[in-house]
Design a protein around this ligand. Structure first.
Ligand SMILES: [Mg+2]
Length: 383
C-alpha cells in the first residue's frame, strides 16, 4: 500500500493507517449568526432567546456569547435567571429560518474538504478523511477553521482523532476557537482525567449507575472488569470500556462489514505534473485491487479524489457496469477518473495536487452473487 506521508512517522504507527475524523462544532452558533450581521455586537454580552423584559417568566436561553457565559449564563437556563446574572446583556429573539439557512452554507463549505460530511446537528458535523495521517488531518482542520472564519465569519472549534466519539470529545475540550488533535496512542491518556459525563451518550442515568460503582472519571472506568460493566449497562458497558482503554468502537463499523476501501498518497511536494501523477494512480489502483482480491472482495464502484494545494478537494467516480475484480479494472478506473479530475481542473488554471485518494466502493464478498440490485444502482458521489 502506498502511504508516503510527509510527517515521517514510522510505517507501523497506527496514526498513519487509521481513518481520521475532523469534528466541527460552531461556537455559540445562534449568537454567531446574529453577530456577523451586527458587528457592533462583537465582544458584547449577547443572548439569543425570548427577551425577558415585560416580565416574561417563560422561555429559556438558546445561545449565549462567551462574554455572557462568563457571568454564568448558559443555554437552557430560564431567561429570568439569565437576566439576573447578566443584567447588561443584549437580547435577540431567535430567527430559526436564518440559522437553518446559514447551516446550509456551512455544509456546502465543509463538502469542499471531504466527500463524506456527516451533519450531526445544526451546528456540528463530522468530516471523514480516510487514512491521511495525523499532520494532514490537522492541516485540514486548520484550513476548515480558517475558511469558516473567512468565508462565513463564523467561529468554530475542531477536534481531530481517529474515532468520531473521541473527535467530538476533543472538540468540547478545544472550545472556544481551538483545535485539538488526539492521536490513536494518546486516546486513553487524553480521556483518563475526564468525567464519564464527558462521553457522548452518557447521561445522568448512566452517570449515577457508574457513580454508585465508584466510577467518576474515564480513567477509573478503564480499570473496571468488562463483566462488571456489562452486568449493569449491557453492551453499552463494554463499548464504554473499550473507549476508556483507548480503542473506541465505531457503531457504524460494528453493524456492517467493510463497504469501501481506500488508499491515500500524499506527495512530498505538491505535484503539478500529470506525468508524475499517472504512475502513482496506477500503482495505487493495482495495490488496492490486489489486496481486495486477496481478501476475497469484488467492487462495484471506483472513485478518485484529489486534495489540491489549497486543501480544497475534488472527487470523481462511477459505478462499474458489473462488479470488478482484481487489479487491472481498478487501475484503469483510477487512471480514467484521475485524468478527468486533472483535465477539468486545468480550465480553472494550473493547480497542484497534494494528496490522491483511490477508493473502491460497494464491496461484496466474491462468493456472494449480486444479491441486492440496489447495491449497484445508487450513484457514486460526483462533484
Ligand atoms: Mg456549537
Amino acid at each position: 500500500m502506498i502511504m508516503l506521508h510527509e510527517d515521517g512517522e514510522a510505517a507501523k504507527d497506527p496514526a498513519r493507517s487509521a481513518s481520521w475524523v475532523v469534528y466541527v462544532d460552531l461556537d455559540a452558533y445562534y449568537v454567531s449568526c446574529e453577530v456577523r450581521e451586527r458587528p457592533e455586537l462583537v465582544g458584547k454580552e449577547v443572548i439569543v432567546g425570548p427577551p425577558p423584559e415585560g416580565g416574561t417568566t417563560r422561555g429559556v436561553v438558546l445561545s449565549a456569547s462567551y462574554e455572557a457565559r462568563r457571568h454564568g449564563v448558559h443555554s437552557a437556563m430560564p431567561v429570568q435567571a439569565a437576566a439576573r446574572l447578566a443584567p447588561e446583556a443584549i437580547w435577540i429573539p431567535p430567527d430559526f429560518a436564518k440559522y437553518e439557512r446559514v447551516a446550509g452554507e456551512v455544509r456546502d463549505l465543509l463538502r469542499k474538504f471531504s466527500a463524506e460530511v456527516i451533519p450531526l446537528s445544526i451546528d456540528e458535523a463530522a468530516l471523514l478523511l480516510g487514512a491521511v495521517g495525523a499532520d494532514e488531518a490537522r492541516a485540514v482542520a486548520e484550513e476548515v477553521q480558517r475558511a469558516l472564519r473567512r468565508e462565513l465569519d463564523l467561529p468554530a472549534s475542531l477536534g481531530v482523532s481517529t474515532s468520531r466519539t473521541v473527535a467530538k470529545m476533543a472538540t468540547d475540550r478545544a472550545k472556544p476557537g481551538g483545535i485539538l488533535v488526539v492521536r490513536p496512542l494518546e486516546v486513553a491518556e487524553f480521556l483518563a482525567p475526564l468525567p464519564v459525563r464527558a462521553i457522548p451518550g452518557v447521561g445522568p442515568k448512566t452517570d449515577s449507575i457508574l457513580e454508585a460503582m465508584g466510577v467518576r472519571t474515564i480513567g477509573e472506568l478503564a480499570g473496571r472488569r468488562p463483566r462488571d460493566l456489562e452486568r449493569v449497562l449491557g453492551s453499552f458497558g463494554r463499548e464504554l470500556l473499550l473507549l476508556a482503554r483507548g480503542t473506541p468502537v465505531e457503531r457504524r463499523e460494528m453493524e456492517s462489514g467493510p463497504r469501501v476501501r481506500s488508499s491515500d498518497h500524499t506527495f512530498e511536494r505538491d505535484s503539478t505534473s500529470w506525468e508524475e501523477i499517472v504512475p502513482v494512480l496506477d500503482r495505487m489502483g493495482e495495490d488496492l485491487g490486489r489486496s481486495l482480491a486477496r481478501e476475497g472482495y469484488r467492487y462495484g464502484g471506483v472513485s478518485v479524489a484529489f486534495r489540491w494545494g489549497d486543501f480544497s478537494r475534488s472527487q470523481h467516480g462511477s459505478v462499474l457496469p458489473g462488479a470488478g475484480e482484481g487489479p487491472a479494472a481498478l487501475r484503469e478506473a483510477a487512471r480514467r477518473w484521475g485524468k478527468e479530475l486533472w483535465d477539468r481542473s486545468g480550465s480553472a488554471g494550473p493547480r497542484s495536487v497534494r494528496t490522491i485518494s483511490v477508493r473502491a466502493e460497494r464491496l461484496v464478498p466474491r462468493n456472494r452473487r449480486q444479491a441486492l440490485l440496489e447495491e449497484f444502482e445508487a450513484p457514486v458521489t460526483r462533484r
